[in-house]
Design a protein around this ligand. Structure first.
Ligand code: PLP
Length: 385
C-alpha cells in the first residue's frame, strides 16, 4: 500500500506541497485572506464580471424562477429553456451553427476527445496544453503524440508519421500558464493539409481577445472549416461557471449521443445559465472592459521592462514571471503577500520542471494605481532576491 505520510513528506521537501488559502470575500481584485486585505493578481475573472450586479441579479432571479438544482442530467429532464437559450446565444456569439453546454471545461475536454477518438486513433497535443486536454487524450485510449510548443512544423512531422485512423489535433487558444496565443493560422493549414480535426480550447481567449470578445478565432478570423471544434469555459472571463463546445450541427448531435461526461452528470443549475446569459450580453456590449484590460497589460509590461524583469512573450492578461526554482517561487509569493499582494506560485506538474513561476493575471477591475503598486512591490522584492 502507498505510504501516504511518506508521499506527503516528499512533496513538502520538494516544495511541491499545495495548500488552499481561505478567502472571506467576494470574488474581486481585493480579497480578505487570513483576516488581511490583499490586492489579488491571480484570478481568471478577467473582465470583472463575477461580481457584477446584473450577473448577480440574473442568478438570483434565475433561482427564484427555476429553483436551484436542475434535478437531472440534460438527457433525462434537466435541460431547461434557459440552458437552451444560452446554447443558442453561444452559437450566435461564436458564429457556429450549434453550441453544447457542459458542466465544466475539464468535462468538456474529456468528453469531446474521448467521443471522437478511441483505440487505433491519434491525438496530437501541444506540449503545454492544459491538463484537462492531456487527460482527455489519455481517457480516449488513442495514441497521444505531443508536439513542440506552438510549432506547426513539429506537428506536421508527427502527422506525416501517422497517416491512419482518426487524427485529432488539440491546442489551447491562449496557453494558460504562459499567456501566449496559439499560432492558429499555421496550425489550421497543417491540420487541413493532413485532413485531420482541429480542436481549440479558448478558455482564456473568450471575452478577452477579438473585437467583440470572440476569442482567438475572432482575432484571427477563423471559420468553422478551419476550427471545427471550439471549446470555451464560462468560469473565467464570463465570471460564472460551466463550459461549452461550439461546432457543426452533426458534431453537437454526435456529442449528445456519445460524450459520457455530458450524458452522465447533472445539468448545471439553470440559474447559473441565466447568469451566463447576462455576462455574455455584458461581455459583448461593454468593449471598454477589454480596452481597459489591454491598457493595464501595456502599463505593466512597460513598467516591468524598466525594472529589468524578464517577461514572457504574452499580450494577454496572463503575464507570468519565471522564477525557476520551486522554493524560490514560494518564497517570492510569501514575500509579496507580506506586502499586501496576492500572487500564487505555480509549480510542477502544472508547469514543466524547473519553470516555477508567479502567474500574474490582470482584471478590468484593477486600476492603474493597482498596477503601479504591484510594480513598486516587485521592484523592492527583486532587488532583495
Ligand atoms: C481552466 C481551464 C479549463 C477547465 O475549465 P473549468 O471550467 O475550470 O473546468 C480547461 N482548459 C483550459 C485551457 C483552462 O485554462
Amino acid at each position: 500500500m502507498l505510504d501516504l505520510r511518506t508521499e506527503l513528506t516528499r512533496l513538502h521537501e520538494a516544495n511541491l506541497y499545495r495548500r488552499r488559502r481561505i478567502s472571506n470575500s467576494a470574488t474581486g481584485v481585493r480579497v480578505q485572506i487570513d483576516g488581511r486585505e490583499l490586492l489579488s493578481f491571480c484570478s481568471n475573472d478577467y473582465l470583472g464580471l463575477a461580481n457584477h450586479p446584473e450577473v448577480i441579479k440574473a442568478m438570483q432571479d434565475g433561482a427564484a424562477r427555476w429553483g436551484v438544482g436542475s434535478g437531472a442530467s440534460h438527457l433525462v429532464s434537466g435541460h431547461s429553456a434557459a440552458h437552451h437559450a444560452l446554447e443558442e446565444e453561444l452559437a450566435a456569439f461564436t458564429q457556429r451553427p450549434r453550441a453544447l453546454l457542459f458542466s465544466t471545461g475539464y468535462m468538456a475536454n474529456m468528453g469531446v476527445i474521448a467521443a471522437l477518438c478511441g483505440r487505433g486513433d491519434f491525438v496530437f497535443e501541444d506540449r503545454l496544453n492544459h491538463a484537462s486536454l492531456l487527460d482527455g487524450g489519455l481517457l480516449s485510449q488513442a495514441r497521444l503524440q505531443r508536439y513542440t510548443h506552438n510549432d506547426a512544423e513539429s506537428l506536421n512531422q508527427k502527422l506525416s508519421a501517422h497517416e491512419r485512423g482518426e487524427r485529432l489535433v488539440v491546442t489551447d487558444g491562449v496557453f494558460s500558464m504562459d499567456g501566449d496565443i496559439a499560432a492558429l493560422p499555421e496550425l489550421c493549414k497543417v491540420t487541413q493539409q493532413h485532413q485531420s480535426w482541429l480542436m481549440v480550447d479558448d478558455a482564456h481567449g473568450f471575452g478577452v481577445l477579438g473585437k467583440t470578445g470572440g476569442g482567438c478565432v475572432e482575432q484571427f478570423g477563423l471559420s468553422i472549416d478551419e476550427v471545427p471544434i471550439l471549446i470555451g469555459t464560462l468560469g473565467k472571463a464570463f465570471g460564472t461557471f460551466g463550459a461549452f463546445v461550439a461546432g457543426s450541427e452533426d458534431l453537437i448531435e454526435f456529442l449528445i449521443q456519445k460524450a459520457r461526461p455530458y450524458i452522465y452528470t447533472t445539468a448545471l443549475p439553470t440559474a447559473v445559465a441565466e447568469a451566463s446569459r447576462a455576462s455574455l450580453r455584458l461581455l459583448q456590449t461593454e468593449g471598454w472592459r477589454r480596452e481597459k484590460l489591454q491598457s493595464l497589460i501595456q502599463q505593466f509590461r512597460s513598467g516591468a521592462k524598466q525594472l529589468g524583469l524578464t517577461l514572457m512573450d504574452s499580450e494577454t492578461p496572463i503575464q507570468p514571471l519565471l522564477i525557476g526554482d520551486n522554493g524560490k517561487a514560494m518564497a517570492m509569493s510569501a514575500a509579496l503577500q507580506q506586502q499586501g499582494i496576492l500572487i500564487t506560485a505555480i509549480r510542477p506538474p502544472t508547469v514543466p520542471d524547473g519553470t516555477a513561476r508567479l502567474r500574474i493575471t490582470f482584471s478590468a477591475d484593477h486600476s492603474e494605481a493597482d498596477v503601479d503598486m504591484l510594480l513598486e512591490v516587485l521592484a523592492r522584492e527583486t532587488v532583495k532576491s
